[in-house]
Design a protein around this ligand. Structure first.
Ligand code: NAD
Length: 257
């Protein structure tokens, strides 16, 4: 029997078959969860629908996390489909391409606000919408995806690092608010992985090779490894863990050199 048997999971952030959210959705399904997916817009819908079919997931519909009406509609649909929600995956981030190169110093007010709204505030908005559905199930677990740039200055990660720092702080405050309702909130800080989002970061692949060479495990993190830890954090295996940022990075973050 899988560790997510009988659970209902909403996964936000699948863009294609390279998305970390896709690896998590697949692992959740393999571990017995009923999975629901959203897609950001019509262009991505064409990619997400066949993936959903592959794991028998429900496609809830379009969800742009900057649109409160779409958030409300998504959770209304979940409430109509299931008698509550056990697990929520937030794997969403955005920054203007020009803010992921050159100097952080140059970021303008709009780019800064947008990166923080989409990449950090959206977790708060989704958690708030999920709360009553998780309460119905007697509790739940929320996982978001972060990166080392939250706590270290990583060249070119720039405003996204600031957004991830805010995201990790949001995780702690949400954990405090939702803990009394047995809802846990954690971040998984993943090592570099080749995805649509990471391709926007200047010199990402050079940096990823450097990380591989310096990691204690002397290799890259595999997306499947991030997915397995995400499912552990979402499941009862981690019932005493909340408000944490857990690193799945082949050990890179502990290395001195
Ligand atoms: P991805 O491009 O596959 O996923 C990013 C997702 O964010 C996409 O599905 C996109 O549609 C969604 N998104 C962006 N703006 C949105 C909006 N307004 N509304 C709804 N959805 C929106 O890339 P990924 O690397 O799998 O990213 C998933 C998460 O993992 C992100 O939070 C990213 O920062 C994080 N992460 C990635 C890496 C990496 O190296 N790839 C490392 C650590 C953390």
């Amino acid at each position: 029997m899988g560790i997510a048997e009988g659970k209902r999971a909403l996964v936000v952030g699948v863009a294609n078959d390279k998305s970390l959210a896709w690896f998590i959705a697949r692992e959740l399904s393999a571990q017995g969860a009923a999975v629901a997916l959203t897609y950001q817009g019509e262009v991505l819908e064409r990619r997400v629908r066949p993936l959903a079919e592959e794991i028998g997931a429900t496609v809830v519909g379009q969800l742009d996390v900057s649109d409160d009406d779409q958030i409300a509609a998504t959770f209304d649909k979940i409430a109509q489909t299931w008698d509550g929600l056990d697990m929520l995956v937030h794997a969403v981030a955005f920054a203007e391409r020009e803010d992921l190169r050159d100097r952080f110093l140059e970021v303008n007010r709009r780019g800064f606000a947008r990166a923080l709204e989409i990449s950090a505030y959206s977790l708060v908005a989704l958690a708030r919408a999920a709360e009553p559905l998780m309460e119905k199930r007697g509790g739940g677990s929320i996982v978001t995806l972060s990166y080392l740039g939250a706590v270290r200055a990583v060249p070119n990660y720039n405003v996204m690092g600031v957004a991830k720092a805010a995201l990790e702080a949001c995780v702690r405050y949400l954990a405090l608010d939702l803990g009394p309702k047995a809802i846990r909130v954690n971040a998984l800080s993943a090592g570099p992985a080749r995805t649509l989002s990471s391709s926007a970061i200047r010199d990402f692949y050079t940096m990823a090779h450097e990380v591989e060479a310096r990691s204690p495990l002397k290799r890259a993190m595999k997306p499947e490894e991030a997915a397995k830890m995400a499912v552990a954090l979402l499941s009862d295996l981690s019932s005493g863990v909340t408000g944490q940022t857990v690193y799945v990075d082949a050990g890179y973050s502990i290395a001195g050199l």
